[in-house]
Design a protein around this ligand. Structure first.
Ligand code: AMP
Length: 183
């Protein structure tokens, strides 16, 4: 199983910017736009994800709205796989299934097209997002994937806020890989 080297970790970690009190007081927002516009960091990250997940025999990569789309769509293309968006409620045009969940700040609902992972049951799916906080979003996403008849093989996050215990909770449901853990 491929994990991050010390140098890779340092390059990725130092490219992520902390914004205090956004979107409300008390939240330290992890800004990944400074990772995306840094070609070295973005390259190191995507290469690492490719090296890890090329061994997994996946069928799809599913990204969580909206930052999960950036990493997920690029990774799916590198792996030669299809990409599935898991979207905020009301954005997908065809028949969907949906799940409500609690955020670190607020309540929301996500959905996926009922046929997103193909006709055959048991498609192997990697879910990806930029960050796991309470784990509410990712739990709902894993639930949705499994409800379509596909199988969530692993949830991957660039950043894990381990002090919120979302990773622990999600690990009861599926495997979890978070590259940079913040304690
Ligand atoms: P949660 O459901 O609590 O795990 O929240 C995860 C979702 O909210 C992800 O889609 C993140 O992009 C976003 N999010 C939550 N907290 C933060 C944070 N401190 N910095 C950046 N994004 C966050």
């Amino acid at each position: 199983m491929i994990t991050l080297s010390k140098t890779e970790r340092e390059i990725i970690e130092s490219s992520i910017r902390d914004i205090k009190d956004f979107p409300k007081e008390g939240i330290i927002f992890k800004d990944i736009t400074t990772l995306l516009n840094n070609k070295e960091a973005y390259g190191v990250l995507m290469n690492h994800l490719y090296q890890r997940y090329k061994e997994y025999s996946l069928d799809y990569v599913a990204g969580i709205d909206a930052r999960g789309f950036i990493f997920g769509a690029a990774l799916a293309q590198m792996l030669g796989l299809g990409f599935v968006p898991i979207r905020k409620k009301g954005k997908l045009p065809y028949t969907t299934i949906s799940q409500k969940y609690a955020l670190e700040y607020g309540v929301d609902e996500i959905e996926v097209h009922i046929d997103a992972f193909g006709e055959q049951k048991g498609a192997k799916v990697l879910i990806i997002d930029d960050l796991i906080a309470t784990g509410g979003t990712a739990n709902a996403a894993a639930e949705l994937v499994n409800q379509t008849g596909a199988e969530c093989i692993e949830c991957c996050f660039i950043i894990g806020l381990s002090f919120l215990e979302g990773i622990k909770k999600l690990e009861e449901k599926t495997k979890v890989y978070s590259l940079i853990e913040v304690n």
